[in-house]
Design a protein around this ligand. Sequence first.
Ligand code: BGC
Length: 380
Amino acid sequence: MKRIIVLIAAMAVFACSGKSNQSTNMTDKGITVKHYGTLANGDSVTSYTLKNAKGMEVEIIDLGGTIVRWTAPDKNGKFDDITLGVSDPKVYFGPARYLGALIGRFGNRIAKGKFSIDGTEYTLAKNNGPNSLHGGRSGFNAKIWNVETKGGSEPSLKLSLLSKDGDEGYPGNLNVEVIYTLSKDNSLKIDYKATTDKKTVINLTNHAYFNLKGEGNGDILDHELQMAAGKFLPVDAGLIPTGELKDVKGTPFDFLTSHKIGDKINETSDNQIKLGGGYDHCWVFDDASDKLKAVAKVYEPASGRTMEVFTTEPAVQFYTGNFLDGKAVGKTGKKYEYRYGFCLETQHFPDSPNQSAFPTTLLKPGETYHTTTVYKFGVK
Ligand code: BGC
């Protein structure tokens, strides 16, 4: 009953965009809707483009709540698409898997695809060697979400999904809601909310790959990065955290002051660089609070573009596209080669359900999971 009331209240501000609207181009103020493509099973995929007064556009599809295109101005005011994405949605089930998508129920890895709550063991799909990655075989990235639009000078989309009890092995009916809002100041806010009817674990994130030179325009090693994180989580050969929180000082993992991503990415004398094939690790923020805080800054010297990240989360997976291999061909025909994009996936620590010293990822009935992350673009 409570849910119905909440839904009716929400419908008053968000316009429902049912499948019936999808063949016709519908424009809510600041939002353009169009047919994006068709999946192998015949499902139609719809795209929603949010646009602000500065001209920034963020295009999101209902498949996986995936960000497929995102334009940002350079130092001369020229807009380029700075995120990796593909034009045929079927490719999101192949080489473009996870690019720009919402990730759930559990972003990152859970060791051996197993965890226990109150003595009951749950078994997940193992889709990454012996481990479960990004919610399993058919995570939130592979689902078609319900979408409601809210036009205006700060247009937003509300995406929702019911992940049923037992989905990919996780307990509890989980109601998930993600709101994307494009602000006037060229920032995209992502608000994640969820409730459950049984104790479960949750770790939602977005898996956008960025290249501030423009998608497909070379690797990201010349981007400069700074992160407010004095510690990171060393991993084992399966990229599962060992449990140690290691000081970044004196290691290639030190981004406390800004420097090029490529400076030490190939220092394989460092065992963690070797295990990650570069950077594929979780950094722990110095500010452990759940306030929205500035945690990372990226600067790309040729375009002058900057991106700042703010989050309520305690950590971020910084991944340098070490598994990109040119098999995914982007929307403008360019191959996404090795390290052509980087991800800053804000989140809780990987494998938290099995590591009691890590901040908890348990969600109980009656509680509301709520996290926020903001990506803000500028120039320098
Ligand atoms: C993981 C990588 C993985 C990638 C898949 C990242 O979050 O840390 O190891 O290959 O996602 O896109």
